[in-house]
Design a protein around this ligand. Structure first.
Ligand code: ADP
Length: 699
């Protein structure tokens, strides 16, 4: 049997051919792949879409035989297309989207055999289509921001086939990826630019604030060293700025209160700093003072990075405050000095005044007859007025200097009211006015407080009522309500006089203020009465109110509360008309010759025998001391004073009553506490002497 050959000649040839073809294809594929890789590398270096397309078209030209290239682009959210590129010598057209374009944008690659069949080419002249797009291949790329269309054409038909389509499909992702990357880069660049812009703006804003603010802003590192200080306003801050920069927060001379936590401790605990006052130069602290506030700041990982905050320059503020304080102290000192001077002067004037008043009183008792009596009565009025003025000046200066103290004693409001009435009814009657008083039973109750000052308040108000009323009446009413341990009293002084305009109410209580100059001329007075009343009422914790209508009259209301006194009721104070007393042997210890004269005359007129010692030493050595039944003791004398003399007399066994004589009415309580048996205030009047003898002789 004849063996047939394994492969026929024909088969062998076919196999060689297919092998060669495969080889060829393989080589082509390899070359293509290499070209694509190289193209991709070049694409990755392109930095603009123009570069990208230039490289891409070059890459395509290695696979495609095309003559014309058209590229359109548009923003993703825009409907119309713009021509992006048209190869030299070709003509672009206005491109309108249709179904075909949408297909391309979805990533399809279309091979065109007859462009006239496609709507998008309808605007293109026939001749142009023939010359450029007898055959064409096209595709699209859709990125995030932009969309692209790419059309390659050839004047010959049938130039592009499936192979081209597949190759195009392989290349498209490279193009898309690069375009997308460029978009991202672009977005990123824009974002960075925007952020940089924002940052620059906020930095500029901060710098403008910092430069124009009077405060400075600062920042330290972790060692509390100043890294940044805004220069702040004004050239004067420059030296301080340069001094601080680089130094540490711990080097500031902080002025902390005793017991306050040190700066070092606060910083190491990372606590906030609030208004720490500091100076830079301990030797010249007034050159600069700042108030520093700050907060620690931390990195995103929570790591401590330093402190930042602000400094307020308070140098001027401190200097102003010091100047103000000094001016205030100076003014207070001057005011004190004035008050002291006034108080002292009034005191000095009071002593001779007392003598004058006393002597006039004595003279009045010896009727001289004719003009002498009239002159005496005038002198008596004038001296009484002068004494009132002196007393007012003394009171207001004490009240203003804060030297004023209330005295506390047990008394009945009804006694005070009767006394005021007794004191004032004569002057009302002389003017043809009706003065009346009314009070409820609670006024009989004994209370505890300053009766003397209450009398002064009421006398002032009733006196004004009489002074500023020409016709009609002045009344004083008192209404009390007992609440717990207190009697809450309302005093009303009502007159039918000239009245006060509402606008004047607020100035009514200013010292030395009189509502009209004509008042001063017509009615006299100093303008001190109401300011004393107001200050006394305030000191006594009460309230004062005025209601008035010009031409109709005024009503002054005072609310005061006094604690009810639990002490045995006092005998009612009645004014004695007739002296009913046993003559006594009296020693008067008094240094002023005029007072010696007046008081001696008064006492002798009452039938007493009077001996005089000019000072404490003389009194202690007075022969037959123990014979005296009463000693009147001046308090202010050269050498040993009245209190000391009294104590020494008591030591010597002298037991008769010793009564203080003083021009200072406020010493009453003090005298009793110091061991005096009683108290007489100068100027002594017949009335006050009679009352004293009644008290002594009834004991
Ligand atoms: P003075 O009476 O010594 O002038 P005051 O301080 O007591 O001083 O009174 C101040 C002024 O207030 C008086 O000058 C007077 O113009 C006015 N004033 C006081 N009380 C009355 C009153 N009852 N009616 C009318 N005006 C009064």
């Amino acid at each position: 049997m004849k063996e047939s050959p394994l492969f026929s000649q024909e088969q062998l040839r076919e196999s060689v051919e297919s092998l060669t073809q495969k080889n060829y294809q393989e080589r082509r594929r390899r070359i293509n792949t290499e070209l694509i890789l190289e193209g991709n590398h070049k694409l990755s270096l392109a930095s603009t879409p123009e570069d990208v397309y230039q490289i891409f078209l070059k890459l395509l030209s290695q696979f495609f035989d095309y003559e014309t290239a058209l590229i359109f682009s548009r923003d993703s959210n825009e409907p119309s297309w713009n021509s992006f590129y048209a190869s030299p010598g070709s003509e672009s057209i206005a491109w309108t989207s249709g179904k075909w374009t949408r297909r391309l944008l979805r990533g399809d690659v279309s091979v065109i055999f007859d462009a006239r069949q496609i709507l998008e080419f309808s605007a293109m002249p026939e001749a142009v289509i023939q010359a450029n797009y007898s055959s064409a291949i096209a595709s699209g790329v859709s990125c995030e921001m932009r969309e692209w269309l790419l059309i390659l054409g050839h004047s010959e038909s049938g130039k592009f086939g499936q192979d081209h389509r597949h190759l195009f499909l392989r290349l498209l992702p490279l193009l898309r990826q690069r375009l997308l990357n460029l978009e991202y880069q672009d977005q990123l660049k824009r974002m960075v630019a925007r952020r940089t812009d924002e940052l620059r703006h906020s930095e500029q804003r901060f710098m403008s604030f910092a430069q124009t603010a009077s405060d400075w802003f600062w920042e330290t590192d972790t060692n509390y060293r100043f890294l940044f200080i805004s220069s702040g306003l004004g050239e004067q801050s420059q030296p301080i700025y340069s001094e601080l920069l680089g130094s540490s927060l711990l080097e500031l001379h902080a002025s902390l209160d005793a017991g306050e936590e040190s700066l070092h401790n606060r910083l190491s605990r990372h606590s906030s700093l609030r208004n720490i006052l500091f100076t830079l130069n301990r030797d010249d602290p007034e050159s600069f003072w700042g108030a520093l506030s700050g907060e620690p700041y931390f990195g995103s990982d929570g790591q401590f990075l330093g402190y930042r905050g602000s400094v307020r320059d308070i140098t001027q503020e401190r200097a102003d405050r010091r100047a103000l304080r000094e001016a205030k102290e100076e003014a207070e000192r001057a005011n004190h000095a004035k008050s002291d001077f006034l108080a002292m002067m009034s005191h000095e004037i009071r002593t001779p005044m007392n003598a004058i008043v006393g002597m006039i009183e004595l003279l009045k008792e010896n009727a001289l007859g004719g003009t002498a009596d009239q002159l005496l009565s005038n002198a008596s009025q004038a001296s009484g007025l002068l004494l009132n003025i002196i007393n007012d000046v003394l009171d207001i200066s004490k009240l203003e200097a804060g030297l004023f103290e209330l005295e506390q004693q047990h008394f009945r409001v009804s006694d005070v009211v009767e006394q005021v009435y007794g004191q004032m009814h004569e002057s009302a009657r002389a003017k043809g006015l009706k003065l009346s008083y009314q009070m409820d039973t609670s006024c009989q109750q004994q209370v505890y407080g300053d009766a003397y000052r209450l009398t002064q308040i009421l006398v002032n108000l009733v006196n004004n009522g009489i002074k500023f009323t020409q016709h009609g009446a002045v009344s004083l009413t008192v209404h009390g309500v007992v609440r717990g341990d207190y009697n809450e009293l309302t005093f009303k002084v009502v007159d039918s006089g000239i009245g006060i305009a509402p606008d004047d109410f607020k100035r009514l209580f200013e010292p030395f203020y009189q509502l009209s100059r004509s008042h001063a001329r017509m009615y006299g007075g100093t303008g001190l009465g109401l300011s004393i009343v107001k200050k006394l009422v305030d000191t006594m914790g009460g309230e004062l109110d005025v209601k008035s209508e010009p031409g109709k009259g005024s009503c002054f209301t005072i609310a005061l509360r006094f604690p009810i006194s639990a002490r045995e009721p006092l005998p009612s104070v009645t004014l004695l008309d007739q002296p009913v007393m046993t003559p006594m042997s009296i020693l008067m210890v008094e240094d002023s010759p005029s007072n010696q004269l007046v008081i001696r005359l008064m006492l002798e007129k009452l039938g007493h025998q009077v001996a005089i010692a000019e000072d404490g030493d003389k009194a202690l050595e007075y022969p037959g001391l123990e014979q005296f039944e009463l000693i009147l003791m001046d308090l202010q004398m050269p050498g040993i004073d009245g209190f000391e003399t009294m104590r020494l007399l008591r030591k010597q066994g002298i037991s008769c009553p010793i009564v203080a004589l003083t021009a200072n009415v406020q010493e009453r309580e003090h005298c009793i506490e110091a061991g005096m048996d009683d108290f007489l205030s100068k100027p002594l009047t017949r009335k006050s002497l009679l009352q004293l003898f009644k008290r002594i002789q009834s004991d």
